[in-house]
Design a protein around this ligand. Sequence first.
Ligand SMILES: Nc1ncnc2c1ncn2[C@@H]1O[C@H](COP(=O)(O)OP(=O)(O)OP(=O)(O)O)[C@@H](O)[C@H]1O
Ligand SMILES: [Mg+2]
Length: 213
Amino acid sequence: MTQQHQARFITFEGIDGAGKSTHIGFVSDYLRQRGVNLVSSREPGGTQLGEKLRELLLHEKMHLETEALLMFASRREHIAQVIAPALELGEWVISDRFSDASFAYQGGGRGLDISKMEALEAWVHPHLQPDLTFLFDVPLAVARARLDATRALDKFEQEQADFFAATRNEYLRRAAQFPARFRIIDSTQSIADIQVQLAQLLDDLLEKSLVTR
Ligand SMILES: Nc1ncnc2c1ncn2[C@@H]1O[C@H](COP(=O)(O)OP(=O)(O)OP(=O)(O)O)[C@@H](O)[C@H]1O
Ligand SMILES: [Mg+2]
């Protein structure tokens, strides 16, 4: 008889500069050290085609609905090629952004009707949702100050404060709608304090995913 962890799908969400990439490395290492086989990926992107779509999405001007459709097109490919096969093999999947980001950015930030996003979500992944979503929540000014210190800004990162306020609000609305899978992380805390919190949440997930075969 052996004990194994059942596959889990974890997503990282939050506005630009909230700390997603910073904590993905920590979470990946933490899980791998505890015997989890893990695939780490990102959206838009995660596949060869998805990375090409990412280039277009982050740098080309386009109609709002084109943007939403391309986000979900990239996601469809990501699920088909990466997420679903890994979960079927019993591997864990970590994704830097997933559909909550479309609700937040194209819905909240850009103002596309949420019902259109819900229709796309129901089309592209009717039976798949993350088991756990970390929402790194931070006031705009803090995120902006962190971003400015790093690199050249892409199309989304160049948006104004009201865009990010609406994006953050939609993230918080989604978190309130799906409290069972969302964990809101106060990203104004130090990186070390956030890691302590993440470790506790991961320990809980690891314990609940154990099965005896
Ligand atoms: N809790 C924190 N305290 C101080 N600095 C932080 C914290 N979290 C992240 N940072 C710093 O803020 C910057 C942005 O963080 P990061 O790249 O992880 O954000 P992100 O959510 O991945 O952003 P993007 O959506 O643009 O990819 C980095 O320089 C990172 O080191
Ligand atoms: Mg990042």
